[in-house]
Design a protein around this ligand. Structure first.
Ligand code: NAD
Length: 402
């Protein structure tokens, strides 16, 4: 069967996207540099946690519409869904997008559609256009190039891939329309046409907006702690105002989207993006502040009881009910607390993963029973409504007790 669509990158976004397209009877080849990922998918299995994805992948593989490989093949549509992390200095790293594109250049032919879905700094699509045409000048004006960011929520990806509106920006009008007709086959949400630069910026702005709003809540939580006000009650009351909607504070901001994407704007426009940059600082500071609070609480305990406390750190993931630890503030806090440990007992709890190469994990029920201090870092469902001894000290940074 002829390959119609090639997806490059089979992670949290590329795999569900490939599976969705294949489930419509389109012949998809998913490409990943990780041989283990490729083998797992070709067995009809998945390597990530995402509801419903396993059945869709296993059916699409069994029916022959979806297969994986470490090498791309010629197709009509190419989707680039590789990581776009930042480097040490918070500058975006588009080397994965470049590598993926270089691998596709020899395969491109007249009439093909090339789409970047990876979250990308402004101008990335134009850079890839230059890269393609510098090697294959005969393709100039003969292929379609567009940018279409992904805005799904992990844990609800299969639903949101279909239902969410999409912003689609081609390098020219023909590319925008070509990409819209491609997505129309799989997406029920509205498809909004724009240019590539606006589509790139749109994704960055969506996450920067969330980051700034969370920073406001996190700053409030620090002020309220000093002012002896319950921040959760305060926010609940303030939100009774018909035009106020303050988000919930937490122990920082994590994940490889909200905690990363604002830097793509700040690194390019440092003088102009003061608020966006400050929001990042506030959210990072909140994690540091939490680690300091834990340290203080441990000292208080030791002074009061004449012995070192046993401390349970509840949750490592970057948000509730997932196994993803990328850029996780809870993980950062656990690392900081352990670094300053002086032969004390710490129970690290993360019910969504079985083992970790750095942290020794403890079952949450044992940790809750044994600990003198319980620190709620992530509001996992397992931590809700648990019985805690009244003598136990509780630090609740995620509002699970409120
Ligand atoms: N995960 C999310 O919730 C989310 C949401 C919106 C946007 N995004 C964006 O989507 C993009 C992909 O994110 P993800 O979460 O799927 O990443 P991921 O790390 O889960 O998966 C990326 C995959 O790409 C593979 N890869 C890397 N370089 C490759 C190459 N040259 N050729 C083939 N495969 C290659 C990796 O092995 C990995 O399996 C990123 O830009 C991310 O910012 C992610």
């Amino acid at each position: 069967m002829k390959t119609e669509v090639v997806t490059i990158g089979l992670g949290y976004i590329g795999l569900p996207t490939s599976a969705l397209i294949a489930s419509h009877g389109t012949n998809v080849l998913g490409v990943d540099i990780n041989q283990k990922v490729v083998n797992t998918i070709n067995q009809g299995k998945i390597h990530i946690v995402e509801p419903e994805l396993d059945q869709i992948v296993s059916k699409a593989v069994a029916e022959g519409f979806f297969r994986a490989s470490t090498k791309p093949k010629a197709a009509d549509v190419y989707l680039v869904v590789v990581p776009t992390p930042f480097k040490g200095n918070h500058e975006p790293d588009i080397s994965f997008v470049e590598a993926a594109t270089k691998g596709l250049i020899p395969l491109l032919k007249k009439g093909d559609l090339y789409i970047i879905e990876s979250t990308s700094p402004i101008g990335t699509t134009e850079k890839m256009e230059k890269l393609i045409y510098s090697t294959r000048p005969e393709l100039e004006g003969a292929i379609y190039i567009a940018y279409c960011p992904e805005r799904v929520l992990p844990g609800n990806v299969m639903h949101e891939l279909v239902e969410n509106d999409r912003v689609i920006g081609g390098l020219d009008e023909a590319s925008t329309q070509k990409a819209i007709s491609f997505y129309r086959k799989y997406v029920k949400g509205e498809l909004h046409a724009t240019n590539a630069r606006t589509a790139e910026m749109c994704k960055l702005v969506e996450n920067s907006s969330r980051d700034s709003q969370i920073a406001f809540a996190n700053e409030l939580s620090i002020i309220c702690d000093k002012a002896d006000i319950n921040v959760w009650e305060l926010i609940n009351l303030a939100n009774k105002h018909p035009r106020v909607n303050i988000l919930q504070p937490g122990c920082g901001v994590g994940g490889h989207c909200i905690a990363v994407d604002p830097y793509f704007i700040v690194s390019e426009y440092p003088a102009e993006s003061k608020m966006i940059g400050t929001a990042r600082e506030v959210n990072n500071y909140k994690s540091f502040w939490c680690a300091e609070k834990i340290q203080n609480e441990k000292l208080q305990f030791e002074l009061k009881h004449g012995r070192k406390p046993k401390t349970a750190l509840m949750g490592l993931a970057f948000k509730p009910n997932i196994d993803d630890l990328r850029e996780s503030p809870a993980k950062y806090i656990a690392q900081k607390v352990l670094q300053r440990s002086n032969n004390e007992t710490h129970f690290i709890v993360e019910p969504n993963i079985e083992k970790h190469n750095v942290f020794k994990l403890t079952d949450f029920k044992i940790a809750v029973k044994e600990a003198d201090i319980i620190v709620f870092l992530v509001a996992h469902k397992e931590f809700k409504n648990i019985d805690i001894d009244s003598n136990t000290v509780i630090l609740d940074f995620c509002g699970i007790q409120n």
